[in-house]
Design a protein around this ligand. Structure first.
Ligand SMILES: Cc1cc2nc3c(=O)[nH]c(=O)nc-3n(C[C@H](O)[C@H](O)[C@H](O)COP(=O)(O)OP(=O)(O)OC[C@H]3O[C@@H](n4cnc5c(N)ncnc54)[C@H](O)[C@@H]3O)c2cc1C
Length: 471
């Protein structure tokens, strides 16, 4: 029998933790729910590139928890978890405050690792949160302003070179975004966009090595080369040091130096050290969980997202997995409250989506169909906008996005500026996007009416397969 006096604690307000909290709050769950998160804002990581570029705003993809949780019965505690005692069922935060719990959800994600590279923590910019995306935007703008005022061509070249360490999905998406975006920003200042250089630096000769998106390698490679400024590759190298003004690396037994005014780091993630201290097994830094996402010897504790894995049914560390696991944990906590056994979690992989430039993406649906270019861009954005937590927030953002796409309102750049899309094709793709996004927006706003009116067409079932159904 559970003690009613202690709350259910959720540690970490990322995809797994936040969606557990929101779904628990929407159920008939009688225990108090406390979400402990170190930041005051939720970072919608798949759309951080849009935050960097200005395609979407902070309120849209970097909203405050206070706003997201308004009206729910989740108590938000902004603090840093310092200790977890599974035997005493106690969590320590900040400077010594303790929380007891009946149930605990571990959703602390992973952290950036610089792979012991000297200088990386000081001089390379990570790209995993809204705060870091905004910092990178400011830094890049500053570099462009410095460059336009510089007469010395070698110095200007350094200021205009961006080195991105790591050719996984985040490195590729960032490189594609910057290779379209920086020419526009520099052009606005009156600079020569041809002087900009975006360099992807990678240890392996292959991009997307060992990644869930590896079958998109050829598409991504073509996209990297097809940007406004083609992305340069520096592959098969070991980065040995990061300095304030560039990257030192070894290639073919020789040490070389790439001067760069901006160095972005997307090369690695490591386990959250707090979780590695727990008396439970892990696999490559992810806590081992049962199919119901519980810790084997501590069934009152759930773990999900990037920090956990079920070795019999491993899932990649992605937002779409963490989001679905959060919903499943909320259901299993409810069942636990009703003294029912937990249900094994079935994660549905719906394919993958990658941003390959401004207004360009690839949507790989069910690993069968690839939709590229602007139609891919609309599918990607509409899919992610659907995932934004909290229906009201979701509706607002989807509507704003549709308005922006159709009327090009408040956009920092247009398809014509990019010089890639003639107006007729622009209208056609916007129309295609509208046709695609309208049912999504309708379903978000009026799920019952949408289902009743369109069930005969099969569209609701199709959308449920392509995107998670709205709550
Ligand atoms: C740039 C980028 C792009 C991505 N694009 C995609 C994509 O297109 N598609 C996709 O499916 N996935 C994508 N991912 C991966 C996806 O974002 C992660 O898999 C997902 O965020 C994992 O969710 P999570 O809840 O496990 O962890 P997170 O979202 O990382 O959340 C963990 C939370 O725990 C908090 N926390 C950590 N330590 C503490 C502490 N000690 N005390 C308090 N709080 C703490 C953190 O602040 C954070 O809010 C991307 C990731 C990045 C970085």
């Amino acid at each position: 029998m559970q003690q009613a006096s202690h709350p259910t604690l959720i540690l970490g307000g990322g995809f797994a933790g936040l969606f557990t909290a929101l779904h628990l709050s929407q159920q008939n769950y009688s225990h108090p729910i406390i979400l402990i998160e170190q930041r005051d804002r939720f970072s919608f990581k798949p759309l951080l590139y849009e935050l960097l570029s200005g395609e979407l705003h902070s309120e849209q993809v970097y909203p405050r928890y206070k706003e997201l949780l308004a009206g729910s019965n989740v108590t938000f505690v902004q603090d840093t978890v310092q200790s977890i005692d599974l035997h005493q069922r106690q969590v320590g935060v900040g400077v010594g405050n303790l929380f007891n719990y009946n149930n605990l959800v571990l959703a602390l994600g992973s952290k950036t690792t610089y792979l012991n590279t000297p200088g990386a923590a000081e001089y390379a910019m990570a790209f995993t949160s809204g705060e870091q995306a905004i910092a990178l935007r400011k830094h890049l703008r500053h570099r462009l302003h410095q460059a336009i005022q510089t007469q010395d061509s070698a110095r200007r070249r350094l200021l205009l070179t961006v080195a991105i360490i790591g050719a996984g999905p985040a490195g590729i998406e960032l490189a594609c975004t910057l290779a379209d975006l920086l020419p526009i920003w520099y052009d606005e200042l009156g600079g020569d966009a041809n002087e900009i250089r975006v360099m992807l630096v990678n240890r392996s000769k292959e991009i997307l090595k060992g990644d869930v998106n590896s079958h998109l390698r050829c598409t991504a490679q073509r996209a990297l080369k097809g940007r406004v400024i083609p992305v340069d590759f520096l592959f098969d190298v070991t980065v040995t040091q990061i300095q304030a003004n560039g990257v030192e690396y070894r290639q073919h037994d020789q040490t070389q130096f790439l001067p760069a005014g901006t160095i972005a780091w997307t090369a690695g993630t490591a386990a959250n050290p707090l979780l590695m201290e727990l008396p439970v097994p892990n696999h490559q830094g992810r806590l081992l969980v049962t199919p119901t996402l519980q810790l084997p010897n501590f069934p009152e504790v759930f773990a999900a997202g990037d920090c956990a894995t079920d070795s019999d049914n491993p899932q990649p560390p992605t937002a779409q997995v963490a989001y679905q696991q959060g919903i499943a944990i909320a259901q299993n906590l409810q069942r636990l409250q009703e003294s029912k056994p937990g249900i094994p979690v079935q994660v549905q992989m719906r394919g993958t989506l990658m941003k390959l430039g401004l207004n360009e993406s690839v949507a790989n649906l069910f690993n069968k169909v690839q939709i590229k270019g602007q139609p891919g861009h609309y599918i990607r954005e509409a899919t992610y906008l659907q995932l934004l937590p909290n229906a009201a927030h979701n509706r607002k953002v989807t509507t704003e996005w549709l308005t922006d796409e159709i009327f090009q309102r408040d956009r920092p750049f247009t398809h014509m500026q990019l010089g890639q899309t003639p107006w007729l094709s622009g209208i056609a793709t916007v129309a295609a996007g509208f046709i695609l996004a309208t049912p999504l927006a309708w379903r978000a706003a009026q799920p019952t009416q949408f289902q009743q009116n369109l069930s005969w067409t099969g569209i609701p079932t199709l959308l449920n397969h392509l995107t998670p159904p709205t709550r």
